[in-house]
Design a protein around this ligand. Sequence first.
Ligand code: HEC
Length: 204
Amino acid sequence: MTKIRLVVALVMCATVPMMASSHAEEYASFAPNVVDASTGAIRVPEGYRLWPTLGTWAHANTDKTLEANGPGLHEYHVVYTQPETIAHYRKTGQFPDGAVLVKELLNANTMAMTTGPAVGHATTTKGWFVLVRDTKGRYKDSPLWGEGWGWSFFTADDSVRTASKNFKADCVGCHVPAKKLAPANTLEEDKWIYTLGYPVLQKK
Ligand code: HEC
């Protein structure tokens, strides 16, 4: 082996494993405890209730629930995210790679309280919707990933195994209206999010 060939071989030996391991590390550090690095499977992160809330959607009784229960609320959707996601969005106007949005669905009861005649409060958990921001297009073969996000739904009895099968069929159609509601200068992938309900993301 000539000297040059030897040097090339040595450099290859040193860099190829380094490249492989930095790739693995990057995947492993992406949304830890939420995304399985090798398959892209998503789970509901433990302790998400200790994260700050982005906002809450309150669903009023209408039609059958109004007839049965009178005026009030029957469901809350509470949306949580990591504190660093809020800090990043307030600075840049964009969701960072690895941002996790957890929407918890809760049943609600309404009752008269000293503050008012029809005051709603959350009761039991019905399930979760989870979105994970992926700026790098990591899991191209997974039907749960696309349009810059990982998309999953979980029933209340299983926070680990995704109940939804395909984000295009199960999620996207209902998030199309968010695109029109988002400010025009929003990044295309971020327009999937109903940010109008999250005042904390606005700087003022
Ligand atoms: C029936 C329509 C509908 C479907 C289906 C749907 N979404 Fe949504 N989603 C909404 C609406 C509307 C909101 C905000 C208002 C609300 O929750 O009532 C929302 C909010 C969210 C949020 C909070 C962040 C945001 O965009 O404001 C997450 C997370 C979420 N959805 C994930 C998903 C995932 C994942 C799927 C598929 C598994 C999905 N959604 C399917 C309509 C839908």
